[in-house]
Design a protein around this ligand. Structure first.
Ligand code: PXP
Length: 243
């Protein structure tokens, strides 16, 4: 089986920092700790309202870290220009609504082919690996391939929120079928949203899934067991599921 990567999302370190308007806790310090304890890459979401990560955080991390940075962003002209100037390793295009608490649902790639095509093309041309954050719907995955995306990140929110019964089994089966389809279409399959120690291994066991991006649960766990332990524990449960 291909190895699996862990991307750690440090947005919520910035949420906590911003609550007091100072510099502590520092998202860069959290990123360094995550990388030292089993993360392969760092994910940051620059939202239109800058509620957590800010422009300067992106620049500081790009400068200071040699590990890959995955910049999540809406497919707007402002974000496209920002990403091209920043040149992160990867960009994950997500839908964004101002009032939402977190990213709700995947991008409608099939319904927005015309609007997304130039953004994907210019990020590709800048050498940035583009992934699209999609629900596990086959027609959305086909749209991602038509757009020239290098990867799809499957939205695992519905699966993670389903109570562990038939609904969860059904959602897991949808994710497994979607991962096979993404691979068959020649793109990398990533997954994320709402993953924890119980659900991440179920995704890590899908052979076509090669990257998980996890934030909120790890930052919450960091309060109780510390960030190094939370990240290394997540890494171990993923590796155990993979083998
Ligand atoms: N992947 C994407 C595209 C996201 O938008 C998010 C949430 O910011 C995540 C992964 C991480 O989700 P969580 O914070 O629930 O682990």
């Amino acid at each position: 089986m291909k190895p699996i990567r862990l991307g750690v999302n440090v947005d919520h370190v910035a949420t906590l920092r911003n609550a007091r308007g100072g510099t502590h806790p520092d998202p860069l310090a959290a990123a360094r700790l995550a990388l030292a304890n089993g993360a392969d890459s760092i994910t940051i979401h620059l939202r239109e309202d800058r509620r957590h990560i800010r422009d300067a955080d992106c620049r500081v991390m790009r400068e200071a870290l040699s590990a890959p940075i995955n910049l999540e962003m809406a497919a707007t002209a402002e974000m496209e220009a920002f990403a091209i100037a920043l040149r992160p390793h990867a960009c994950c295009l997500v839908p964004e609504h101002r009032a939402e608490l977190t990213t709700e649902g995947g991008l409608d790639a099939a319904g927005q082919l015309e609007a997304l095509a130039p953004v994907v093309a210019s990020l590709n041309a800048a050498g940035i690996r583009v992934s699209l954050f999609l629900d596990p719907d086959l027609h959305q995955l086909e749209a991602a391939a038509r757009l020239g995306a290098r990867a799809v990140e499957l939205h695992t929110g519905t699966f993670c929120e389903a109570v562990p019964d038939e609904a969860r089994d059904r959602e897991l089966a949808r994710l497994q079928a979607a991962a096979r389809k993404v691979d068959a279409l020649g793109m990398e399959c990533h997954a994320g949203h709402g993953l924890d120690y119980e659900t991440a291994p179920l995704l890590a066991a899908i052979p076509e899934v090669v990257e998980l991006n996890i934030g909120h649960f790890l930052m919450g766990q960091a309060l109780f067991e510390g960030l190094p332990t939370a990240v290394s524990r997540m890494r171990s449960v993923m590796e155990a599921a993979r083998s």
